[in-house]
Design a protein around this ligand. Structure first.
Ligand code: ADP
Length: 476
């Protein structure tokens, strides 16, 4: 090794191989890494570069000996094969630079890199395959589960029609409700696994936007009246009568957002707005907004919402049910339709979910005015609500006491019917209605809430009685 060369290029300890050779191909310097990788023992200097790269550097018959035919100095990385002393070889990535009459070759062993890359690809392929198998399995199982659930549902509905004895009707209704819930869960898992497996296809066809919205509203009308919520649905006149899109899936997203809004709201109102926000040639962007005055979502939890199986906290799933799949499926569907979904929310004040989808346009918006649907709670038992929402929230007002009275009777009725989900819902409302009540009442409310959670009939009736006396409510 020529000392002068190594001084010029302080690369002795470099991690890549460095070889310097002259115009005739004679190697004049190699660093330690090159000696090691090429398995020479201090005798590489003086050899020809053709010995290291016999496939790429060829001797010519020029007067002064050798010169390579390979594109010499190049800033580009080139992939060659380097030969060890024992004539075994390995792939390298090299760069050759010219400096005066010398050439500097820097080479990296890519065997390891290639091996790792190959392994990465293999691991990725295996993971994808496992994921596919899992998704297919889940899709098959859920599909198979549907049949028995449908069987139970159909039969129990038939029995419900034949039966008139209230004592027998009650468990049958529970079976029916459980089957409907199970059906929803199965559908969600099926959609989720299809989306995950990339097997989901949209089925766009022409549909009537306002009919679709009527259908969605009809789906939730019972819940709205049952909870005594105010409900508004507004469709902007720019929204055409007909559009081309996957009606079923748009309905599914809207249904999901609306049922969440109703699920998490016990006082106040829920609003749905539909707008046309953009048009490019024959496609338009429809924008849906669902606003509720419910429990709201903490800032820190907002980002988790659209992930699969995500619920804000464990108590939510216990209290309100759900699988935490709805929003993730909605997000994936919205994205398939070229849109976006998002949420604005304030804890304790309510949430605004919105999403957009691109659909084919069928003519201009032909509604001359904004369509507004307004549902005020109707004043009948189990279906009444609050005309003066704000007044009813203020503890001690006539409206508040009236609302408390109604909710206590609803709570007791649900407890009688062992409908614990609804009982918790009314308990929630009672708690909100007594938010600024004196401590004495707050304590009874707390006990009552715990009794509802524990499904303790005796403690609930005792709690209601105590509350009734404290509030001086009659006929609860
Ligand atoms: P789930 O079937 O559990 O409702 P979703 O994906 O639809 O699943 O919702 C996930 C979670 O997001 C809910 O469990 C709840 O914590 C929160 N969430 C969704 N919508 C609302 C809303 N309108 N108000 C408050 N929290 C909400």
């Amino acid at each position: 090794m020529e000392q002068s060369e190594s001084c010029l290029f302080p690369v002795e300890d470099a991690l890549e191989m460095v070889l310097i050779f002259d115009k005739t191909g004679k190697i004049t310097y190699v660093n330690a890494e090159a000696e090691k990788k090429l398995e020479y023992k201090g005798d590489l200097c003086g050899k020809s570069i053709c010995d290291v790269f016999p496939n790429d550097f060829k001797e010519t018959k020029e007067k002064d000996g050798f010169i390579t035919e390979y594109p010499f100095a190049s800033k580009e990385l080139q992939n060659l094969v380097a030969y060890r002393k024992n004539l075994t070889c390995f792939p390298v990535e090299i760069k050759i630079m010219q400096s005066n009459k010398r050439y500097i070759c820097m080479a990296n062993d890519t065997l390891e890199k290639e091996y790792l890359a190959k392994q990465n690809i293999q691991v990725k392929q295996e993971a994808e395959q496992a994921m596919k198998v899992k998704s297919e399995f889940v899709a098959n199982v859920t599909h198979e589960l549907r049949t028995p659930v449908n069987g139970v549902l159909g039969n129990v509905r038939e029995l419900l029609e034949m039966e008139s004895e209230e004592k027998k009707l009650r468990p049958m209704r529970t079976i029916e409700r459980c089957c409907v819930d199970m059906h929803k869960i199965i559908d969600n898992i099926l959609d989720f696994s299809k989306l995950e497996a990339g097997k989901f296809t949209l089925e766009p066809r022409k549909f009537h936007v306002r009919d679709m919205l009527d259908y969605v509203k009809a789906n939730h009308i019972n819940k709205i009246t049952e909870k005594g919520l105010e409900f508004f649905m507004t469709v902007s006149p720019q929204v055409p009568e007909y559009v081309i899109g996957d009606e079923l899936r748009i309905k599914q997203i809207l249904n999901n957002l609306l049922s969440n809004a109703l699920k998490f709201t016990s006082i106040g109102k829920v609003t749905v707005e539909v707008l046309k926000t953009a048009q490019v040639n024959d496609t338009i962007e429809l924008f849906f907004i669902v606003i509720d005055s419910g429990i709201g979502i903490d800032k820190a939890d907002k980002d988790k919402l659209f992930q699969s199986f995500s619920q804000v906290d464990a108590s939510i799933s216990r209290k309100y049910g759900g699988t935490g799949l709805g929003l993730n499926i909605s997000k994936q569907l919205v994205e398939l339709m070229g849109g976006r979904i998002g949420v604005e929310s304030e804890k304790g004040k309510g949430s605004t979910f919105s999403f957009s989808v691109w659909v084919g346009s069928c003519g201009e918006g032909d509604s001359s005015q904004t369509d507004i649907v307004h549902l005020s709670p109707t004043p009948s038992f189990m279906e009444d609500g609050y005309k003066e929402q704000e007044d009813s929230k203020q503890f001690g007002t006539t409206e508040n006491l009236e609302a408390l009275k109604k909710n206590l009777s609803k709570l007791l009725l649900c407890v009688e019917m062992e409908n614990w989900e609804k009982a918790e819902m009314f308990m929630d409302t009672i708690r909100q209605l007594t938010e600024n009540a004196p401590r004495e009442i707050a304590r009874v409310i707390l006990r009552l809430k715990m009794a509802v959670q524990k499904e303790n009939y005796d403690k609930i009736t005792a709690g209601c009685e105590e509350l009734k006396n404290l509030l001086q409510l009659k006929e609860v």
